[in-house]
Design a protein around this ligand. Structure first.
Ligand SMILES: C[S@@+](CC[C@H](N)C(=O)[O-])C[C@H]1O[C@@H](n2cnc3c(N)ncnc32)[C@H](O)[C@@H]1O
Length: 287
């Protein structure tokens, strides 16, 4: 029997062809292409909430179907662009945007998402198959640091998500009645050796950073300090925060660096506290 794969939980739900035909338009999926299946509106809403979509955002939906994600983003004040292979869906989405009164902020283009320039996006949304997402990974990771990516029901290769929701969605047309929504924030590239000067607190600090996506392994040293441990590090887009505990000037300090990565520089603030005294310093680290 010719079985077809449907989008759904785990994205590998198998149904017979009759059941498949009953639920969605005729589509050839055996060639690896993705069929048109809508994201239920309550899931669309949670996807946009998770990405904190609002005025000022440019949302690009890859494979926009009937346009619902782009239209809902436009309702929330964002600009939206839907990219879709199927011209009849592009026309339907444009009509839906007109009917919703957001045609000035919601555009649709008939094109292959793999050839698209996504650089204008502050948010990218996807409801595709895991294999396609994995192919998209290099393109998504190369977006501007801080760009948010939200996917419905599929991961992006081996890139660990930043946040995840699991929702019970009884009216979902495919799968097991649940939707998984995951968020990634494109990380700045911070791998390498950084140094910064704080003459009044530790002298010359060096940070050695190894990076795998947003996950960092950091070693910290300072000329006027010793025994640093790094109990906390977080990179979200271009925002880096780093906690280092250790001895500076014979006192034990908790040093919290928070900074913004811009190319070869990180600028920010160090708050150092020994429990009695708190010191604050501006810093610039260079790679
Ligand atoms: C599962 S539907 C999702 C529709 C919509 N984003 C939503 O969540 O309701 C996937 C859509 O991607 C489109 N699609 C598949 N491959 C594509 C490609 N290479 N370029 C553009 N669109 C594509 C399909 O035509 C289909 O409409």
């Amino acid at each position: 029997m010719n079985r077809r794969r449907l989008l759904g939980a785990g994205l590998a739900v198998l149904l017979g062809p009759a059941a498949a035909r009953a639920q969605m338009p005729a589509y050839t999926w055996d060639d690896g292409s993705v069929p048109f299946v809508v994201t239920p509106m309550e899931v669309v809403s949670r996807m946009l909430q998770l990405a904190e979509v609002g005025p000022g955002d440019t949302v690009i939906d890859l494979g926009s179907g009937d346009g619902r994600i782009v239209i809902e983003a436009a309702r929330r004040g964002a600009r939206g662009l839907g990219l879709e292979l199927d011209k009849s869906l592009v026309a339907a989405a444009a009509e839906n945007a007109r009917a919703a009164g957001v045609a000035d902020r919601a555009r649709f283009e008939a094109m292959d998402l793999f050839t698209a320039d996504l650089s204008a996006a502050t948010v990218v949304t996807i409801y595709l198959l895991p294999e396609l997402n994995a192919k998209l990974l290099p393109k998504l990771l190369a977006l501007r640091p801080g760009t948010r990516i939200v996917s419905h029901d599929a991961g992006i290769g081996d890139w660990p998500f930043d946040e995840r929701l699991e929702l019970r969605v009884p009216d979902k047309p495919v799968g097991d009645g649940f939707s998984r929504v995951e968020l990634w924030v494109v990380p700045a590239r911070v791998a390498g050796n950084w140094s910064l000067e704080l003459p009044e607190h530790g002298g010359r600090w060096t940070l050695r950073i190894a990076q795998r996506y947003q996950l960092l392994d950091v070693e910290v040293a300072a000329t006027g300090g010793r025994d640093f441990v790094v109990p906390g590090v977080r990179l979200r887009g271009a925002e880096l925060s780093l906690v280092t505990n250790g001895i500076v000037g014979r006192r034990a300090w908790r040093n919290v660096f928070t900074g913004t990565v811009q190319g070869e520089r990180i600028t920010g603030e160090l708050r150092a506290s020994d429990g009695n005294e708190t010191r604050t310093f501006a810093f610039t680290a260079v790679r």
